[in-house]
Write a protein that binds this ligand. Structure first.
Ligand code: SF4
Length: 464
């Protein structure tokens, strides 16, 4: 059943919910081990994986340096192909645009292919609010939606669920017991979804990459549901973060090689779909209307800053699988949408450090995420920078005073020595005993999870 996470609360409280659930931790550890093993094996099929990563990083940087030109070309080419483009400044603008398209077309049911951007704009809630049913058709997303929760991993949304959990969930929907058997459970989901595909009036998808020239969007999936969502309903809406661009086919080839291997260890995913506007004369299928929503939502303000590299992310999920924090607490401890190291970077940048800055502390800074990233995003450096910003913003007057006093006290060798001697006196008075519980807040918070070491009774400089 769905675990209850309080997104108004802090990371610590949500992490505690996960840590108290051994089944969830087992599922996450098994799945992330498997994904990491697959990634490492997948990379061996490249002649020079490191050179490929360097090329990937270079491509992402070059796209960002001319993002406005690429976006303009993409919009132009998509429009020439008969599609419509909407630039959304934020999540609300994006979701209300999709709702207005649906309402105008008299849509009652929307089938959705996996899209983190649609999670970011809370599209399902907006569609439901307009009286429109939105159904997730990626198996993992479908499980999460039926469970009333949120995805816990960028690539594998139901990573926290075991097949026993899914059997229990689907049995409740079916109204009869279903076996704990993955094939039978998939068959059940397929049966439910088939009808939805055939009757939906609108399909919504994400975009893995948009190719500015010739104005094509590329989607990679392993289940085929993406193709159904984008070719069966008469209206298709694709939602993309404004940074999910490449300039041309050559760059796309590099990105696809890195994405599939880093996400699942495959050379290519089962389906790589290229879409170029609505159905053209003579084509057997495809939508009559095709909309491309290009989402900013805080991205453009990162361009040219020391956080720009966060926009290089291609959402492969590799950094989540190797992160020792994610592997213990899973995705729900971070945020309903983006989790793991990249979530700990993106959420504070998109939502602001005040709202989500504490996530930058959800890391050991071991650097495993940076090493795994196929486009060499220095994730642990970005986390450190965010911690600086967060500390600066979150510190109250008393903290500012304490630190400037400290800095003043240690500014000369004489003062530094005097403070050391004061500490040694404290050590003699307390007998050098460690303190398990400091009684006064905020220090008491510090000793909740660790012991304050005993003060030494002499200073290092005085030791012979
Ligand atoms: S930050 Fe790198 S490793 Fe993490 S999801 Fe993005 S591209 Fe993948």
């Amino acid at each position: 059943m769905s675990e209850v996470y309080d997104y108004a609360g802090g990371f610590g409280e949500r992490a505690a919910v996960s840590l108290a659930n051994p089944g969830l931790r087992r599922s996450i550890a098994t799945a992330t081990d498997l994904q990491t093993g697959n990634r490492l094996a997948g990379l061996t099929s490249l002649k020079d994986p490191e050179a490929m990563r360097a090329l990937g990083a270079q491509i992402r940087a070059s796209v960002m340096s001319r993002l406005d030109e690429h976006l303009e070309r993409l919009a132009e080419n998509w429009t020439v192909a008969g599609g419509q483009v909407f630039f959304a400044a934020d999540d609300k603008e994006a979701s209300s645009y999709v709702c207005s398209v649906a309402e105008r077309a008299g849509v009652r049911t929307v089938v959705k292919s996996k899209s983190m951007a649609s999670e970011e704009i809370a599209l399902n809630t907006a569609l439901n609010g307009a009286g429109i049913e939105a159904i997730e058709t990626d198996l993992g997303e479908y499980i999460v939606q039926q469970d009333g929760g949120h995805p816990s991993h960028i690539v594998a949304p139901a990573i926290h669920k075991s097949k026993e959990d899914v059997a229990e969930l689907f049995s409740a929907i079916a109204g009869e017991p279903l076996p704990v058997d993955t094939v039978a459970l998939m068959k059940f989901a397929r049966g439910v979804l088939r009808d939805k595909f055939l009757n939906a009036e609108m399909g919504v998808s994400g975009v893995n990459f948009a190719v500015a020239d010739p104005g094509v969007i590329c989607m990679v999936t392993n289940e085929g549901n993406g193709r159904m969502c984008t070719s069966l309903p008469p209206v298709h809406v694709a939602i993309m973060g404004m940074e999910r661009l490449v300039a041309d086919w050559d760059q796309l080839a590099v990105m696809l090689a890195l994405l599939a291997r880093s996400a699942t260890g495959q050379k290519l995913t089962q389906y790589t779909s290229l879409l170029h506007g609505p159905r053209h004369p003579g084509e057997a299928d495809g939508p009559e209307e095709s909309h491309l929503v290009i989402l900013d939502n805080g991205r453009s303000k990162l361009l040219g800053t020391r956080y720009q590299e966060a926009l290089h992310c291609i959402r492969c999920g590799a950094c989540l699988n190797v992160c020792p924090v994610f592997r213990q607490v899973g995705g729900h401890a971070y945020d309903p949408v983006y989790s793991g190291p990249i979530g700990a970077v993106l959420n504070p940048l998109i939502k602001g450090t005040k709202e989500a800055g504490e996530l930058a502390h959800a890391s050991t800074l071991c650097g495993a995420c940076t090493e795994a990233c196929p486009v060499k995003i220095p994730l642990h450096d970005l986390l450190l920078r965010l911690r600086q910003d967060y500390a600066r913003e979150a510190a109250g007057r008393a903290e500012h005073l304490a630190y400037s006093g400290w800095s003043h006290a240690w500014a000369t060798p004489a003062r530094f020595r005097a403070f050391g001697r004061l500490g040694a006196l404290l050590g003699r008075l307390t007998g050098g005993r460690p303190v398990h519980r400091l009684p006064v807040p905020p220090l008491s918070r510090w000793t909740r999870g660790r012991t304050f070491p005993g003060w030494p009774s002499s200073i290092y400089r005085d030791r012979k």
